[in-house]
Write a protein that binds this ligand. Sequence first.
Ligand code: GLU
Length: 471
Amino acid sequence: MFSATVMIRRTGTLWSRLTGNLMQTPIEDLDLFRMARRQFDRAIPFVHPLKGWRGMAEMLFEPERTIKLTLPVVLDDGFVHTFQGYRVLHDNVRGPGKGGIRFHPDVNESDVKALAAWMTWKCALTDIPFGGAKGGVACDPKILSAAEKQRITRRFIAALGDDLGPHTDIPAPDLYTDSQTMAWVYDTYSMMHPGQNNLPVVTGKPLDLGGSEGRETATAQGLFYVFEHLLSSGALPSLPDIPGSRVAIQGFGNVGGNTARIFQRAGAHIVAVSDSRGGIHVPDGLDLTQVESHKEKTGSVVATPGTTPLGHREVLEVPCDILIPAALETQITTANAARIKASVVIEAANGPITPEADDVLSDRGITVVPDLLSASGGVVVSYFEWVQNLANEHWTETDVHDRLRTTMVRAVDTMVTTRATLLDELDDYREAWAEVQPDAPPLAPPTLRTAAYVVAVQRCRRATEQRGIWP
Ligand code: GLU
C-alpha cells in the first residue's frame, strides 16, 4: 500500500511520494493565465483544427497590452506607500476593452491577464460590442480608509491617463471596488478631460451619476436568468424545480449575497453561505434576513445564531442540488472536486474551477455552467449603462431586466446548440485533429465551457479576419 501526498501550488511541479519512489507528475497548475490557456486550448480543435492557424490562435489568446504601474500614495499615517497597479487590454477587435478594477492583496500580472481574457470571451459570447480588459491594484482594502482608497483610485486613473477612454478601455467594479470607487474613477478622468460627456468612460457608477438601474444586482440576476432558461429548456434534467431546491453559495459579497436573495425569492433553500472568515450551514435553509443583519453588526456571516460553522472551502462540499462558487478563483481543484455533492455547479466568480477539476466533475456527471456565461450579467448591464450614457438616457429597471433576460437567453441557446452540433460532428473533429496532432489523445467531448469558448473565439476570429491584420 502507498499513500500519495498531493500538493497544489501556484507554480512549479507536483511531486508524489509513492512508497519511497519520488515521481514527478504533471502539476495542477493554479497560475490563472496558464489556466485560461488550458481552457482556450481545449476549444481550439473545434474552432480551427489546422496547423498553419497556430499564429492566429496566439494572436487571439495573448493580451494586446499590459500596463504595470508603481503608484505612490500618501496614506493616513502621513507616509508615502507604493502600490503595484495593472491594466491589461486583452482584445479590442470587437469593440473597446471592458472590464473591472479590483483591489485585493493578491492582484498580480498573471491574474489580471487571465481575467482580461475572460472578459473578451464573455463579451463575445453575450454578443455585446466590447473587447476584454481588466485592472487591479495590489492593496488590502480591508485596512484602508475611504480617503486612502480614494487617493489610490485617483492616482491609478491619473497614471493610466489616455489608456482609458469611453471608446478605448472602460473600467467597472470588481472585487472590493464599488459604485463609490467608480464615481472617483469618473471624477478623475473628467477633471483631466473637461468639456465633454465623460459618463461612458466607466460603468457601475452610482445612480445619481449616470449609473444604470439594475447594475448593482446584474451579475446575480443574469446568473439566475441563465439558470432558469437552462432548467426550463431541459438542459439540466438531474435537477428538481427551483422551489424546494437546495443551494450552497461560496461568498456573500455583492454577487453571492444578491444571488442568495434572488434564489430564495424564487423558492430555493439557501443551505450554506460563506465569506472570507468562514461559512455557515443550516440543512433546512438559512434565514437570510438574520444572516444579513448579523453581517451588518459583526462584519461577517460567521456565527449567525442557529447555524453550524464551516470552513470557507467546506461550503463547497455540503449536500445540495446547486452549488454557486461566488468568491475567488481556483476554489474547486482536484483536491476537492471528488467531494462536491451538487448536481450542478454554476460559476458566479471568474475562474473558480480548474480545468482538471472540470474533468473530475464531468466524469462524475456534474454539469458545470461556465463563468463566461453565468458570470456575465454584470458586463451586459455595463453595456446598457454605456449605451444610456452615450444617449443621455435613463432606462427603467424593468427595461434593463427585460433586455438582460433576452441577452442571456440568446447566449444560453447559442452555447447549448453549439455544443450539440460539436457533439454530432465529434468524429470529424477528431479525425481532423488527429492529422494535426497524431500523438495527442482523442479529443474529449466538449463541455458547456468548451462550447462557450468555441462561440466566443469564433466571433473574435471572424472579426479579426474581416478586419484583416494591419498593415
Ligand atoms: N467585474 C465584472 C466582471 O468580471 C464586470 C465587468 C464590467 O462590467 O465591465 O464581469
